[in-house]
Design a protein around this ligand. Structure first.
Ligand SMILES: [Zn+2]
Length: 235
């Protein structure tokens, strides 16, 4: 009897470890990637506070000018365990896509500013409005040859234009999540998104998703690889 008692703590530990492993396996099957474009701005602190509440990690695709304006916010993003990718310099369709080498030039310039601010560069990029329909195949190949990994998205709550209601955003999210094996959510660093972010994260966590970082080693997901270039731009 005394011998058996000795084993009880060990048995409890084994049960605990096993249940933990089962939970971990369940979680990893429902990973979701949150991304925020156009920052950092004065809205970023509120975004970071809400992310913290849900123990959520996110990837911020930042603009060069906004890094310069808000270096401390970029530092806070990194200090709180999130990751950054580049969103370019001009954010202007008529500039960034106007010649084959310009997307690369904008990303390299943004990367220099990133390096001067936080001491490292990134290979993650998202070009303005995504790689479709403005980007040419040639522009994509030049970025890829420079080892940049271009990330678009697979879930679009449509928060980029105007101020959609939370119901509209959740409807788009629900629709885009159906059968989606790699949910990458496009969100924007703007006030109306901040106002709805708590509800969105609550909705997603209640459906069993956990929020992971886009890793530099992951194969990127983008419209160019999925659909090819838009016809009028293929060259
Ligand atoms: Zn943008």
């Amino acid at each position: 009897m005394i011998e058996l008692k000795k084993f009880i703590p060990l048995l409890l530990l084994a049960v605990l470890l096993l249940s933990h492993a089962v939970f971990a396996a369940t979680d990893s099957s429902k990973l979701l990637y949150l991304t925020f474009d156009d920052g950092p701005t004065h809205n970023t602190p509120a975004i970071l506070d809400i992310l913290k509440k849900y123990n959520a990690k996110a990837t911020f695709f930042v603009l060069e000018g906004r890094i310069t304006e808000n270096p401390d916010l970029l530092k806070r993003i990194i200090a709180e365990g999130h990751h950054v990718g580049l969103h370019g310099v001009s954010h202007d369709v008529n500039k960034i896509y106007s010649a084959p080498s310009i997307p690369l030039e904008e990303m390299n310039k943004a990367n220099e500013t990133l390096y001067n601010t936080i001491g490292f560069k990134t290979k993650l990029i998202r070009t303005p409005y995504g790689s479709y329909p403005y980007m040419s195949l040639e522009q994509y190949k030049i970025l890829k040859a420079a080892n940049y990994k271009l990330w678009d998205w697979t879930v679009d709550p449509r928060d980029g234009v105007g101020t959609p209601s939370i119901d509209t955003m959740l409807k788009h999210i629900e629709k885009d999540l159906k059968g989606n094996e790699k949910p990458i959510i496009l969100l924007h660093d703007k006030k109306s998104t901040v106002n709805n972010l708590d509800t969105i994260l609550n909705y997603l966590s209640s459906r069993g998703y956990s929020f992971a970082l886009i890793d530099e080693s992951m194969d990127s997901v983008n419209f160019m690889e999925l659909y090819g270039p838009a016809k009028n731009k293929s060259s």
